[in-house]
Design a protein around this ligand. Structure first.
Ligand code: HOZ
Length: 428
């Protein structure tokens, strides 16, 4: 069975052949890869091809594929029953673990995805403040709730969809969208409409228009702006959480949000999400307060077991210094290859996250990300795939190094990058 054949069959029964648009190779072209299995840093396609994976399921697999301790935790949990819709000891211990590792989190509610986490966070913010307006940033992606599909990154950006059909104008009317890293624009909105703003939601490190780190003082400025109008500050750490430290980016950078949204890594590859923060705010949730949120699979015991095993390993092994060193090797290696080949591109990294941006220098917001040469990126993506490396199939996503990647994997990746960049001279 070949990817081509599976994709053709899929296209007959699944819209676009995929269960999430980012998997469709829309902007890089060609037939999407179908995977048979993964282990450590490797995935094997249905054709039996071995690829070194730098997509990592879009973030969750910080410990690589099928890490034995996580597989064991999942099997043990599943053997005891995959879902109860009744409370379990595991979810209490997981909540204690999360609150213990994240100083700004007094209480946490488990949900089933990052989208649910951000949706719940904003409902809490509106319920808690009694206000309706939200500030979100151009190019940040917070899942696919109606009102968050405004100027969103990730698959919308990749697919060139500036706004999703099916979202009512009323749903987005109260969402204000400044550029990421533009603190002055936020201050101006707050000066004019501060008493109507429920929350500022932000990816503290933007990861859905490619990797765009926060400018110096940006997050501190958002905290001050939220405080000045009594709005809540929400950090969407679905990608960032446990990525750069065994905690959140908020803990690492010393800016305390009112609420933090988590997903991906905290599920160890199983579907999960979480929203947590200040007790006073979290107590707005039913059954304590008037803000409703519910889910049959919320706190699912199998996902919780995978998440707990993942966090235990991250705390025990502290892979972060090595992830950062590998990220630095990739960033400097790619930037050097670009210079040597006269290719206009820039590859920033933060810890083990990286994005090679083509046709442009440093990217600081969506406006600059949109100036990228996506044709050059597509050629790079396929060049790397031909060399045996799987990257996210979009210019506007982040590549991830996992703790399973070895120095040899990283060196091989960098040397393949140099080869592919050299071959791109004409398009870069
Ligand atoms: N939000 C994820 C990374 N940008 C992609 C996941 C998906 O949309 O399937």
């Amino acid at each position: 069975m070949k990817s081509q054949e599976l994709f053709e069959r899929a296209c007959k029964v699944v819209p676009g052949g995929v269960n999430s648009p980012v998997r469709a190779f829309t902007s890089v072209g060609g037939v999407p890869v179908y995977v048979e299995k993964g282990e450590g840093t490797r995935i094997w396609t249905v054709e039996g091809r071995e690829l070194v994976d730098f997509c990592g399921s879009w973030g969750p697999l910080i410990l690589g594929h099928a890490r034995p301790e996580i597989v064991q935790a999942v099997c043990d949990a599943a053997q005891k029953g995959s879902s109860f819709g009744i409370n379990t000891k595991g979810e209490v211990e997981f909540a204690e673990q999360l609150c213990g590792l994240i100083p700004s989190m007094d209480m946490v509610r488990l949900v089933s995805s990052g989208t649910e986490a951000t949706m719940t966070a904003l409902r809490i913010a509106r319920g808690f403040t009694g206000r309706q307006k939200i500030i979100k940033f151009n190019g940040c992606y917070h899942g696919h709730a109606d009102y968050l599909l405004v100027a969103a990154g990730s698959g919308l950006l990749t697919g060139g969809i500036t706004a999703s059909a099916g979202v009512s104008p009323a749903a987005v009317a109260e969402v204000l969208v400044p550029e990421y890293n533009d603190l002055e624009a936020v201050q101006q909105i707050v000066a004019e409409q501060g008493d109507e703003i429920a929350a500022i939601i932000v990816e503290p490190v933007a990861g859905n228009m490619g990797l765009v780190p926060p400018a110096h003082g940006f997050l501190e400025g958002l905290r001050a702006a939220a405080d000045s109008c009594n709005a809540l500050l929400i950090f969407d750490e679905v990608i960032n959480g446990f990525r750069l430290a065994a905690s959140t980016y908020g803990s690492l950078c010393g800016v305390t949000p009112d609420l933090t949204c988590l997903g991906k890594i905290i599920g160890g590859g199983m579907p999960i999400g979480a929203v947590g923060g200040r007790a006073e705010v979290m107590k707005s949730l039913a059954p304590l307060g008037p803000v409703y949120q519910a889910g049959t699979l919320s706190g699912n015991p199998v996902a919780v077991a995978a998440g707990r095993a993942t966090l235990d390993l991250l705390v025990e092994e502290n892979p972060y210094p090595v992830l950062d060193a590998h990220g630095e090797t990739i960033s400097s290696g790619v930037n050097q290859a670009a210079t040597e080949n006269g290719c206009t591109m820039h590859c920033p990294h933060l810890g083990g996250m990286f994005t090679p941006f083509f046709g442009i220098g440093p990217v600081t917001n969506l406006a600059s990300a949109k100036c990228c040469n996506t044709d050059a990126h597509a050629a790079f993506f396929h060049g790397m795939l031909d060399c045996g490396f799987y990257l996210p199939p979009s210019q506007f996503e982040v590549g991830f190094v996992s703790a399973a990647h070895t120095t040899a994997d990283i060196e091989a990746f960098v040397s393949a990058c140099a080869e592919v960049v050299a071959s791109l001279r004409s398009v870069g």
